[in-house]
Design a protein around this ligand. Structure first.
Ligand SMILES: [Zn+2]
Length: 237
C-alpha cells in the first residue's frame, strides 16, 4: 500500500503488516466501502498499472500482486481510509448507524417505533443516519412527494400506514435512482467514466416555483433544518 497524502478527512493510519494480505469480499455499509479497508464516498477508485505515474490527487494506492494497483483519487480529500479488525461494524464511524434503506429491517413498524413521540419533521428524521442510512436530501424530497406527505409534518403525528407509505416510497425512489445510475454529484463517476443521470428524473428537487408534474400546482420551496425542501401543497398533506 502506498499512502502519498495521509491528510484525508481523517488521517490515514494503516499498519505496516497489511502488506501481502488478501482483499476479501468487498462490502458496503452506509456510504462506506469495506475492503475491509474503508473509504468515504468522496473521491473514486480506479485500477491502474502499479507503475502509472500518480497525478496530484492520487493519494493512496492499494498495491496488488498482479502488477496493478487500486488507486484512490480524491481532490477534496473528504474521503478517508481506516484500518479496522473484524467485526468492522465496531468501527466508530459505523457504530450506531440505522439499517440500510433497501433491507427488510427498514419497515413500517421500525419507522413507527423511531417516529413515536417525535416532533421532528418527517423529512429530517429520514435524513438522520441513526434512523436509516443513505437517504440524502434529494431522495428525502423525492420520496415524500411520492408518498404524498408534507416534509415538515411532525414524524410522531403520522399513522403507521402513512409511515409504511414513506418506507415504500424511500425504497422505490432509491431503487429507481440506482437503476438509472445514481444522482449526478461532482465526485461521482460511473465505472465507464460518465456521471449518473438520476438528476433528469427528479419530480420536486430543484423544481421550486415550477408546476407539479402530477397536478400543475406551483411547487413550494422552503428550508427545513437548513436544507432545500420542495413539495406540492396540493399533492402532499
Ligand atoms: Zn401536485
Amino acid at each position: 500500500m502506498v499512502v502519498r497524502n495521509p491528510a484525508m478527512r481523517w488521517p490515514v493510519a494503516i499498519p505496516n503488516d497489511v502488506r501481502g494480505q488478501r482483499i476479501g469480499r468487498i462490502g458496503r455499509r452506509a456510504k462506506y466501502l469495506l475492503l475491509p479497508l474503508d473509504l468515504g464516498m468522496s473521491g473514486h477508485l480506479s485500477v491502474v498499472p502499479v507503475d502509472a505515474a500518480p497525478a496530484k490527487h492520487d493519494h493512496v494506492d492499494f498495491v496488488l500482486d498482479d502488477g496493478r494497483a487500486v488507486r484512490l483519487t480524491d481532490p477534496r480529500r473528504f474521503g478517508s481510509v481506516h484500518w479496522q479488525p473484524y467485526p468492522v461494524e465496531d468501527h466508530w464511524l459505523l457504530d450506531g448507524l440505522g439499517p440500510e434503506p433497501l433491507s427488510g429491517e427498514f419497515c413500517a413498524p421500525y419507522l413507527a417505533a423511531r417516529a413515536r413521540g417525535r416532533r421532528l419533521a418527517i423529512k429530517t428524521l429520514l435524513m438522520d443516519s441513526r434512523v436509516v442510512v443513505g437517504v440524502g436530501n434529494i431522495y428525502a424530497n423525492e420520496a415524500l412527494f411520492l408518498a404524498g406527505i408534507r416534509p415538515r409534518i411532525a414524524a410522531g403525528r403520522l399513522s403507521i400506514p402513512r409511515l409504511g407509505g414513506v418506507v415504500d416510497a424511500v425504497k422505490a425512489t432509491l431503487a429507481s435512482a440506482i437503476q438509472s445510475g445514481g444522482t449526478t454529484l461532482r465526485d461521482f463517476v460511473a465505472t465507464d467514466g460518465r456521471p449518473g443521470y438520476f438528476v433528469h428524473e427528479l419530480a420536486v428537487y430543484g423544481r421550486g416555483g415550477e408546476p407539479c408534474l402530477r397536478c400543475e400546482t406551483i411547487l413550494k420551496e422552503i428550508r427545513l433544518a437548513g436544507r432545500a425542501t420542495v413539495y406540492c401543497p396540493r399533492c402532499q398533506h
